[in-house]
Ligand binder design. Structure first.
Ligand code: ZN
Ligand code: FE
Length: 240
C-alpha cells in the first residue's frame, strides 16, 4: 500500500509526498517550496528520489531546484512545458508511465489551466494527482486553454472509478462549494458537503483528497452538460 502525506504550504497549496514502503521510494508531487517538503520526508526517515510536476506554475515547481540539490532526485514533468520548467530531467506525455517501486502512474494530458498540464494516474492504487485541473467541487482557471478542453478533461476524469482518490494542489473547497450552491441550489449532496466542509474548516481540517465519486455528485464543472454551460459557470466563478 502506498502512503500519501499532505504538506500544507504557502497560503493554500498542498504538496503531496507519495511513499512506497516496499521499495522505500518517495516522490514529491508539485513541491511549491523545498524546506517543509524535505523536513516532512526527513521526519519519516524517507528520502525523496523523484519529483513529479503537473504544470509549470511557480507554486508547483518552486521547490524543484533546492530539493534536487539536497537529494539528487529525478524531476519529471510535462514535455509540452519543458521550456518553462528549467529543472526537468525527464519529460513525459500522454500515455507515458512513471514508476514508484512496483507501482505505475500513467500520464494523462489535461490541458486548459495551462497548455501542457498533466495528471499522474496510479490506476492500480486508485490514486490520481491532478494538480490544478480538478479541485474539490471546482476546476482550475482557464489560463492557457479553453472551456472545451476543460469539459473534455472533466469527462475523462469522471470516467475513472468512483473510489479513485483525487489529490489536488489547493484548499479551495469552501469557496468552490459556496459557489456551487448558487448554481445548483437544490442539489442535496452539494448542500450536505458544503455544511461538512464549513465545519471541517472551522476546526482547521483539510478537505482534500476528494474522490471521483464525490466530484461526480457535487462538482458543478464535472456536472456541466455542455461546453457552453461549463464556460458560463467558470466565467461566473472567476467574477465571484
Ligand atoms: Zn497552477
Ligand atoms: Fe497552483
Amino acid at each position: 500500500m502506498l502512503e500519501v502525506v499532505r504538506i500544507p504550504v504557502l497560503s493554500d497549496n498542498y504538496v503531496w509526498l507519495l511513499h512506497d514502503p516496499a521499495s522505500a521510494e518517495t516522490v514529491a508531487v508539485d513541491p511549491a517550496v523545498a524546506d517543509p517538503v524535505l523536513a516532512a520526508a526527513a521526519a519519516r526517515g524517507w528520502s525523496i528520489g523523484q519529483i513529479w510536476n503537473t504544470h509549470w506554475h511557480g507554486d508547483h515547481v518552486g521547490g524543484n531546484a533546492a530539493i534536487k540539490a539536497a537529494t539528487g532526485c529525478i524531476i519529471t514533468g510535462p514535455a509540452a512545458e519543458a521550456g518553462k520548467i528549467g529543472t526537468l530531467d525527464r519529460t513525459v506525455e500522454e500515455g507515458d508511465c512513471v514508476r514508484i517501486g512496483d507501482h505505475a502512474a500513467t500520464v494523462i494530458e489535461v490541458p486548459a489551466h495551462t497548455a501542457g498540464h498533466i495528471a499522474y494516474h496510479l490506476a492500480g492504487d486508485r490514486i490520481i494527482f491532478v494538480g490544478d485541473t480538478l479541485f474539490a467541487m471546482g476546476c482550475g482557471r482557464l489560463f492557457e486553454g479553453t472551456a472545451a478542453q476543460m469539459f473534455a478533461n472533466m469527462a475523462r476524469l469522471a470516467a475513472l472509478p468512483d473510489e479513485t482518490a483525487v489529490y489536488c494542489a489547493h484548499e479551495y473547497t469552501l469557496s468552490n462549494g459556496r459557489f456551487a450552491l448558487t448554481v445548483e441550489p437544490d442539489n442535496a449532496a452539494i448542500a450536505a458537503r458544503v455544511a461538512a466542509v464549513e465545519a471541517a474548516r472551522v476546526r482547521g481540517e483539510p478537505t482534500v483528497p476528494t474522490s471521483i465519486g464525490e466530484e461526480r455528485a457535487t462538482n458543478i464543472f464535472m456536472r456541466a452538460r455542455s461546453v457552453e454551460q461549463l464556460a458560463e459557470r467558470r466565467a461566473a466563478k472567476d467574477a465571484a
